[in-house]
Design a binder for this molecule. Sequence first.
Ligand code: UD1
Ligand code: CA
Length: 514
Amino acid sequence: MKKFSAIVIAAGRGKRMRSRTTKVLHPVAGRPMLWYMVALAGRVADARVAVVIGHQADRVREFLDQSKADFEPFDVVLQRDQFGTGHAVQQAQAVLMPNGKAASRSCLILNADTPLLSRATVQRLLARHEKEQATLTLLSTDLPEPRGYGRVVRGPNGHVLKVAEEADATRAERAIREVNAGIYVVDTSFLFKALARVSRQNAQGEYYLTDVVGLAVAEGRKVVGLKTPDSEECLGVNTREHLAVVEEAMRHRIRSRWLNAGVTMPDPRVTYIDDSVTIGMDTVLYPGVTLEGQTRIGAGCVIRSASRITNSLVGKAVTIRDSSVVENAVIEDHAVIGPFAHVRPGSVLRKRSKVGNFVEVKNTDLGAGSKANHLTYLGDTTIGKRVNIGAGTITCNYDGYKKDRTTIEDEAFIGSDTQLIAPVRVGKGAVVGAGSTIMEDVPAHALALSRTPQVTQDDWAAKRRAYQSGTSSSKQKSAPSSRGRKKAKTLDPRSGSGMTAGGSGMTERDNESC
Ligand code: UD1
Ligand code: CA
């Protein structure tokens, strides 16, 4: 006969969270707390696993469906009305006792709100249960502040007598510091027989699972209380304050895991790593880095302060400079990003490519060795290899109705302050002069320029200064006018016209260092 089935009870609403989201879906280090419990149940059970859901069942079921690949197979059971923890466990009877026969000798029961519980502790509990041949073994711990928990009441010889829920406890019971962690191993056949006898005659009008403890004692069966010194593991999340405490403890554990795996963090306390993230050896995470979701970071990367990387694949030896955001993107080996870069969903930055200061990239494939170093927006763009994107380039991908793509082929050179109006293609090796608005395809190896020719007037500035200071004899005479048709290229130094054209207007040549 198989040894252990498991039941995770996750149907409760979690009123004390004061949330529109059911408690078990609140994330801890990036995963809903339920995730940890279902994963743990699957790892330790050799028979069936049942997850009891109820409040916001559709959302919880959806989450379980999406995460199925992370877990051993399990059955979902619905507790339509939340009449208490005992009632919740009862709903799993059909799964754990198919045709009235127990699927396993014993059954592990896990509250779904204790995500810090470790596999090692559960395994100790299961081993103890087996060794003692107990009917029921429960996990307990001493808490200096036991409020909110059920108290473990022991007799004079130290044997467990019952669990007293706080709402029903006597003064003396409330003074007990040993609390019930909500984690039990119970003989399967006994469990469901006992649950049938549990009543709602208590302060909360609920079917308490904890009443099963007293019933086992009353039948003279063996009940064991395993007290763990690690009370942190037993923290049950009922409020947002508890959630914050559990979150911090979980993050601490995750950081230790990666520090021990060869990741450097100068200040781990302010480095945030989700449980789902993986990080390669010799990567350095500076203070204020956040790594979220399905993110994988390769070896030897440097990620500077205040950068956030979400659901992204980052290769080896990638540098991400300060205050950059990378979301749902792929960054290949040796790429350099930031500071202050935003790499948005659907982007692929290929090997040794560079995305620099104040550059935003969306749904764009930036080819190997290509660079967009300054003040640029690249949206819905395919860029070949060794392309240089000059400062201030913008792909105009949206016409107010739909988005179009821009394609820039290998080794093309886009001068600074260029707008590329999509859909448009710049051919291989082509050059686009700075300050151009490109609306038509540029053939390979061509030059495309679209800007007004430059006007240069000798001594214009000197004349203007003279006019301003009143020393010019020409003050009374008519100054050369830019408006005069015959002197179309003459700008009037008195009017200041032309001054606003300022700036150095880099040429494509000036831009070669970009
Ligand atoms: C429970 C225990 C308490 C223990 C504490 C440990 C009972 C009666 N009390 O109290 O002794 O110290 O856990 O954290 O068991 N649930 C359902 N259906 C329901 C009610 C609850 O599935 O009808 C689930 C919840 O989703 C949750 C778990 O059971 O995962 C515990 O429920 P909760 O209300 O948090 O119980 P506590 O008051 O913490
Ligand atoms: Ca609880």
